[in-house]
Design a protein around this ligand. Structure first.
Ligand SMILES: Cc1cc2nc3c(=O)[nH]c(=O)nc-3n(C[C@H](O)[C@H](O)[C@H](O)COP(=O)(O)OP(=O)(O)OC[C@H]3O[C@@H](n4cnc5c(N)ncnc54)[C@H](O)[C@@H]3O)c2cc1C
Length: 418
């Protein structure tokens, strides 16, 4: 059987948010590339389906019209204006994402089933610079003499695709990561999440606040209830794998038990119906800095373990890392240098310069979350204090302020009522 040979400037494995983000910006730079995806779109991805301001920011940079399309299509995308924290003691705290909302303010975040969202991104990918192969099987990846060759099969035809750089955007179980990074030098910190779709959950916030319930039994994880279009809700639970192992937790039983028995949650599910089977997936968390690239390769999104360790947000970071990867490829092309040293400076260092502080703070917050009393204490105080609620609200946009949360002085000031 004959083998088709393709030469291009970059090969992206995976067409989720990380792959789409990389592809959008490569196309903007006019850089030819090949995208290889194993599934067929629209395809599902187990997720909480909540997209933050960072997702909106990258889409807006790729093409402002796409963001307008999203914000105007409330049948598919539910605008979200804030977050409800429920402390282990059951106290609620509603925190808007924007402190000073006007009629002109656009919703900072939105929720959308990944089946819809990833397909939206996928449909935006075609360009004169992008060749897409979906339903394709990667058989092998090899590096030789500064070039990467991917052996793949598509529609019964074998291909050898060659480029100076490969981008692993192939998610949590990334084969690009396995091929190029020794897991012993870059161990993963994992959380596990379950997702269930329900219809008929009551008392959802009128401004579609996403809800995080820090139930004592799942700390430092949480149960979430995220409103979706058409009266649906994404309900799930996420928790560190080591805690599951240590406490021998059955996550599915725990989630269903909270839905059935928790005095705050159960009444809201009295007439709710599970519409799909409950599914689980891993969340590779960004607990500490890891290598993201090497000679002729880069990792993006979940393949790079870039999920926020506190919020579990990974879509925004996947798109964002894709955007930075494309900029790094443009520089590498100009210099004709795809070495580990060059990519580390152009990619890893830029990712950590832009996202590193935020991820570090989130890692600290995640560690603090296991202290139930501390959580209860902050929520109790904020419940009574508008100014503390405003401060926490500003923390969604102001990183310097958010950093306060990881310092003992912040809690001391609350204690002293300052
Ligand atoms: C339970 C749960 C809840 C979550 N909730 C949220 C949330 O509410 N908000 C949020 O922002 N994040 C959330 N996340 C994280 C988010 O889902 C991920 O961070 C995000 O999907 C990462 O995008 P990605 O493009 O890196 O990977 P993926 O979305 O996994 O995409 C990878 C793509 O690569 C393809 N692929 C894989 N292997 C190959 C291969 N060998 N060859 C070709 N293609 C391949 C896959 O088919 C897929 O299309 C959640 C995760 C879980 C598990």
């Amino acid at each position: 059987m004959s083998i088709q040979k393709l030469e291009t400037s970059a090969i992206i494995i995976g067409a989720g948010p990380a792959g789409a983000g990389t592809s959008f910006f490569l196309s903007k730079y006019g850089i030819p590339h090949v995208v290889i995806e194993k599934d067929v779109f629209p395809r599902d991805k187990v997720c909480g389906d909540a997209c933050s301001g960072k997702t909106a920011l990258v889409i807006n940079r790729a093409n402002p019209e796409w963001l307008t399309e999203i914000l105007e299509d409330e049948q598919s995308f539910t605008p979200s204006w804030g977050i409800k924290f429920v402390a282990p003691n059951g106290k609620n705290l509603d925190i808007p994402f924007t402190a000073n909302r006007t009629n002109e303010t656009k919703a900072p975040g939105f929720t959308v089933p990944r089946l819809v969202f990833d397909n939206f991104l996928f449909q935006k990918m075609p360009s004169p610079y992008c060749a897409i192969f979906q339903d394709a099987k990667v058989n092998d990846i090899n590096s030789d003499a500064g070039l990467v060759t991917v052996n793949m099969t598509h529609n019964g035809t074998d291909y050898l695709v060659t480029a100076p750089v490969i981008i692993g955007a192939d998610g949590d179980k990334s084969m690009v990561r396995k091929k190029y990074l020794n897991e012993n030098t870059a161990p993963k910190t994992y959380a596990v999440g379950l997702r269930a779709y329900y219809e008929g959950v009551t008392e959802l916030h009128q401004d579609n606040f996403i809800e995080l319930h820090f139930l004592p039994e799942v700390l430092p994880g949480y149960l979430w209830i995220f409103p979706l279009p058409n009266g649906m809700a994404n309900v799930g639970v996420g928790i560190l794998s080591e805690v599951i192992r240590e406490k021998k937790i059955n996550l599915r039983e725990q989630m269903l038990s909270a839905i059935k028995n928790n005095p705050q949650i159960a009444p809201r599910f009295a007439n709710a119906k599970l519409t799909d089977k409950i599914q689980g997936w891993g969340l590779p968390l960004a607990m500490e800095r890891q290598p993201l690239s090497g000679n002729n390769f880069m990792l993006t999104g979940d393949a790079a373990c870039l999920i926020d360790p506190f919020s579990g947000e990974g879509i925004g970071n996947a798109l964002y890392s894709g955007m930075i990867a494309a900029a790094a490829i443009q520089q590498a092309r100009e210099q004709n240098d795809y070495s580990a040293a060059f990519l580390k400076a152009a990619y890893d260092d830029v990712v950590y310069k832009r996202l590193g502080d935020e991820l570090k703070i989130s890692a600290t917050l995640q560690r603090l979350c296991k202290y139930r009393w501390l959580f209860n204490f902050v929520v109790n105080k904020a419940y009574k204090s508008q100014s503390l609620r405003d401060t926490i609200s500003c923390m969604f946009t102001d990183m310097d302020l958010r950093e306060q949360l990881s310092k003992p002085s912040f809690y001391l000031k609350i204690l002293m009522n300052k």
